[in-house]
Design a protein around this ligand. Structure first.
Ligand SMILES: Cc1cc2nc3c(=O)[nH]c(=O)nc-3n(C[C@H](O)[C@H](O)[C@H](O)COP(=O)(O)O)c2cc1C
Length: 311
């Protein structure tokens, strides 16, 4: 498929995950075969005020999309220009976030209730974004699903592609993502449609392509503790040696990226995902939760996996 200037073949995208998809996580996803990464959602107003304190793009993570949230077309347009100047290959406007503090301001999924507002935003932003412009939507606000209507409007405004997580705003993360809606949207518009929702195993990537006819697949929660999901050639699950190496690598990336205290906090959260379901992982996680020194944590990781290999 062609997404703006990008020529991609059944690509995989790392979904925007607030508080998670920072540079180390994006880099790890890339190293394992992810084609395009997303930043977490960034407030358009915040980006205008705080600039590079909120957004930093590294040379080795292109192509990268910056996701913005906001409800004012001028502010979104200005923030998009700033994100492009910082190196974004694509700008994505968040039209799916169900969090109350976001929808209360008229941003995120709230926009799905106001198609005219969507049109105004996209016409304004399109004039100012030189690179790729996309939106990420849910299937609708509530049972009155309007993903097809919003998609058609967005296509007419000249966006380059669309990401769809087929749950409604009111549904939040309950139930299953309704992939049938991805198929409906794909059939209704000509621009690329990237499906998203509940792809948490490699096998489900092909299933989503086959069942929906989508042009790309976006993965969020399925990548937590599992960057191997992006490696489609993989036949076997990661060995414990691979897990250990990846955790250490992830920790090193975090240490280079942020303050030690924050890196320690972050890697502990990721270790929870990496070790989910492994023998004695609860005791291991409890033990490391108290560790405040980097060397000690590296040592505990090594010791846990060495023991695991000896079982
Ligand atoms: C912790 C968390 C943070 C998220 N942050 C964002 C975000 O910043 N922007 C966005 O569009 N979606 C966000 N989402 C939604 C995901 O991008 C994705 O649409 C959703 O999780 C469904 O895909 P999945 O089943 O592959 O996780 C978030 C989801 C989670 C669980």
């Amino acid at each position: 498929m062609k997404l703006g200037h990008l020529q991609l073949n059944q690509p995989l995208f790392l979904a925007p995950l607030s508080g998670i998809t920072n540079y180390p996580f994006r880099k790890l996803a890339k190293m394992h075969g992810c084609d395009v990464v997303f930043t977490e959602m960034i407030s358009a107003e915040g980006l205008i005020r705080k600039g590079q304190n909120l957004l930093k793009i590294e040379k080795d993570e292109h192509p990268i999309f910056v996701q913005l949230f906001g409800s004012d077309s001028e502010i979104l347009a200005l923030a998009s220009e700033i994100a492009e100047a910082y190196g974004a290959d694509g700008i994505d406007i968040n039209m799916g976030c169900p969090a109350e503090q976001v929808v209360r301001t008229g941003a995120g999924a709230d926009l799905l209730r106001f198609p005219k507002k969507v049109e105004k935003i996209l016409l304004t932003v399109r004039k100012r974004v030189k690179r790729i412009l996309t939106i990420k939507i849910r299937s609708g606000w509530d049972e009155d699903i309007n993903a097809v209507e919003i998609s058609k409007i967005a296509e007419q405004c000249g966006i380059d592609g669309l990401f769809l997580h087929p749950r409604t705003k009111t549904q939040k993360f309950r139930g299953k993502a309704n992939w049938h809606i991805i198929r409906e949207v794909k059939q209704a518009i000509k621009i690329p449609v990237i499906g998203n929702g509940d792809v948490n195993k490699i096998e489900l990537i092909k299933k989503m392509f086959d069942e929906t006819g989508c042009d790309g697949v976006m993965i969020g929660r399925g990548a937590l503790g599992n960057p191997w999901i992006f490696d489609r050639k993989r036949k076997l699950p990661p060995t414990s040696i691979e897990k250990e190496e990846t955790i250490k690598n992830h920790f090193s990336l975090l240490l280079n990226y942020e303050e030690e205290i924050k890196a320690l906090k972050d890697i502990k959260r990721h270790i929870f995902w990496y070790t989910k379901g492994l023998p004695y992982s609860t005791a291991f996680r409890e033990k490391i939760s108290k560790i405040k020194e980097v060397d000690l944590l590296f040592e505990e990781i090594r010791s846990y996996f060495t023991n695991l290999n000896n079982f």
